[in-house]
Write a protein that binds this ligand. Structure first.
Ligand SMILES: *Cc1c(COP(=O)(O)O)cnc(C)c1O
Length: 368
């Protein structure tokens, strides 16, 4: 049996530290935005190469709070347009529409699954104010052309880094490339809490301050409310858990890379299309995404061998009931083709070499 991701086994790796940290917080009697939170914020800011990090409740809130903060700062206003990739998790889109902004969808480049910078020009209108690239599946988006396009047209760049903790673009980490970035610490992400968690990273002190204030009822000081805020804070226990895990992130990402390398070298099956990329530091392999025209049969074949798979995402957000209206986009044939053909095989830092071999054999034995 090869589980897609065995969270029990993954977290066992960090014991007894997790239990010790939990006990410390329980004994301290202090649970929200105390020392554990600020210690993690400093460590994660340093890791990403930015001066500021604000711990928040989850990844969706991290994205939403960035846009809310830019609205408070007068940089954007409801009705303005944000360019986003059409093939992403629905959270990316929800953050934009939740703040009264309008998502404008562009197709990905089929090789990287990430936003195609060549399509920005066509999506641009007088209302465009921001671009929201997603570092999907752990690979940094192609940021240089996105950043220079943004500069030319005075657009904000907000990174959705929820799947790419630790990935590089050139010499810089994701999370430090745009004006601000959102991370999720959902348990299955490359850096995962044991519950919900998220963070905003930025070089912009005023943005960091407004995000922090908004996330705590809009209050700069207790009972002094500057904005109509929300409640979205990273709690002490989750922050302490994340501080236990952060020092292992690089090692675990390296293990992900070496498994990806084996898959890229050893999987040989004409019915299966491998990711079209080599192994570099730009990719932290949150997922290993194959494509096949025989997805259902393939999933069943691996299932029979006890190998779990996951399809993300079987439907693109614009194909969901929730977004029958409210999006701007043309035809999206690449996105729809991707949604119809992707399937992920297990790739995580606790897979054993034997399990990797089992997966390789399973994939190579697939016939249809
Ligand atoms: C997980 C994820 C989010 C949302 O994070 P949550 O913590 O679950 O709210 C946003 N965008 C992408 C690309 C994600 O993978």
């Amino acid at each position: 049996m090869v589980r897609f991701l065995d969270l029990q086994k993954l977290n066992q790796f960090y014991e007894p530290s997790l239990s010790q940290e939990a006990k410390k917080i329980i004994d301290s009697g202090f649970f929200i935005r105390g020392r554990a939170c600020s210690e993690f914020e400093s460590a994660f800011a340093l890791f990403c190469g930015v001066p500021y990090c604000v711990g928040v409740g989850n990844g969706l809130d991290a994205l939403t709070l960035i846009f809310k903060a830019y609205i408070e700062l007068g940089r954007i206003k409801p009705g303005d347009e944000v360019i986003i990739p059409a093939n992403t998790y629905i959270a990316t889109m929800l953050a934009v529409s939740e703040t009264g902004l309008v998502p404008v969808l562009v197709e990905p480049d089929e090789e990287s699954f990430n936003l195609d910078p060549l399509l920005l020009e066509k999506a641009l209108t007088p209302k465009t104010r921001a671009i929201l690239p997603v570092h999907l599946y752990g690979r940094s988006a192609n940021m240089n052309p996105i950043l220079s396009f943004a500069k030319e047209h005075q657009l904000l760049v907000v990174e959705d880094a929820a799947q790419a903790h630790g990935a590089y673009y050139g010499k810089e980490r994701v999370g430090s490339l745009g004006d601000a970035a959102a991370f999720s610490f959902y348990p299955s992400k490359n850096l995962g809490a044991l519950g919900d968690g998220g963070a905003v990273t930025t070089k912009d002190v005023s943005l960091a301050q407004v995000v922090r204030t908004l996330s705590n009822y809009g209050a700069q000081k207790k009972y002094v409310n500057t904005y109509k805020g929300v409640n979205s804070r990273l709690d002490e226990i989750q922050a302490a858990f994340l501080s236990v895990k952060l020092p292992y992130l690089e090692r675990h990402n390296a293990r992900r890379r070496s498994i990806a390398e084996r898959y890229l070298n050893e999987i040989k099956n004409p019915l299966i299309r491998l990711p079209q990329m080599g192994v570099s530091e730009e990719h932290v392999w949150h997922a290993f995404v194959l494509r096949t025209d025989y997805r259902e049969e393939f999933i069943k074949h691996l299932q029979n061998r006890g190998i779990e798979t996951l399809v993300y995402y079987p439907k693109a957000p614009h194909q969901q009931e929730a977004y029958k209206t409210g999006l701007i986009h043309g035809e999206l044939p690449i996105t729809e083709k991707i949604a119809a053909s992707v399937v992920s095989i297990p790739l995580n830092p606790i897979l054993t070499d034997d399990e990797v071999t089992e997966v390789v054999q399973g994939v190579n034995d697939f016939v249809c």
